[in-house]
Design a protein around this ligand. Sequence first.
Ligand code: CA
Length: 261
Amino acid sequence: MYKRILLFTFFMALFILPCNAAVMEGGVSKTGIGEQNRIIDNQTNMPVPNATVSIPKQNYSTTTDNNGVFNLNTQINGPQILSVKKDGYRPFSLTIDDKIASVPMVVAIEKSNIQDIILSAEMFHLGDDNYSNASANSTEFKGRALGPYYSKTFKMPSVSKSEKIYLVIGSIIGIDTMMAKKMGQNKVLNSYASAPEVYFNGTKISEIQLNGDGQRILLPSNLVKPEQNNEITIKTGRNLTQHAYIDYDDIELMNISIQSE
Ligand SMILES: [Ca+2]
C-alpha cells in the first residue's frame, strides 16, 4: 500500500517534470505559463519576495525580487536539484534539467504548518562515493557520503487518532533500481541496485524504487509514539550485481520533513 502511494506520487512528479512552464507545487501541478521565473504563494498566487532560490550542487544562490522574480544565472547541465527557501514556508525542492530551466518556471510554495517538523533542509549524500557516471543524475552528486544510512530522532507532537502523518522527501536522485532503469532514469547498462529502505521506529515501512520530488510516505499509526522520541532511518540500496565487495547505491536527498494532515 505504501509503495502504491509512493508510485502514485512519483508518477505525478514524472509527468509534471517535462511540462515546461507548468506551475510546480509540492509535486502537484497547476497550469500556467510564466514570462519570467517566479515564486508564488500556492494559496493566494501572490509573488513571494526575498525567497532564496539555490542550486546546492553548484553553491549557487539567488533571491527573488519584490515581484517574486528570479534569474538562474548559472548553467544547468543534466538533472539538478533546485531549492526554494523562505521563512514561513515549507522548504521546497525540485529536480530540474536544462530543458526545464530554459523556459520560465512558476513555482508555487506552501505556507508551513505549525506541526511540520523539518528533519533536514540540506542536501546530503548516502553511499560510499563509488559510483558510475551513468548512474541516475550522478553529475548532481555533491559532498562526501554520510555512509549507507541516515537516521534522525525527533519528538512527535501529540496527535489525534484521525491525523495522518507523513514522512516527506523533498527530492531524491541517484537511485539505480531495476525500476529506475526501466523508467529511463539512468543509463547504467549492466548493474542495478536494491531499493533504498525507510524504517520508522525500527520497522521497515517502505522502499523507494524511483527518483523524484515530493515523495510522501505514510507513517503507520500503530507505530507512531505521540509526545515521545521517534526515529526515521533511510538506508540506501546495494549494487546487486557486485559480489566481490559491498557497493552501496550513491543517492542524494534534500528536504526531509514530517508533515501531518
Ligand atoms: Ca556506490
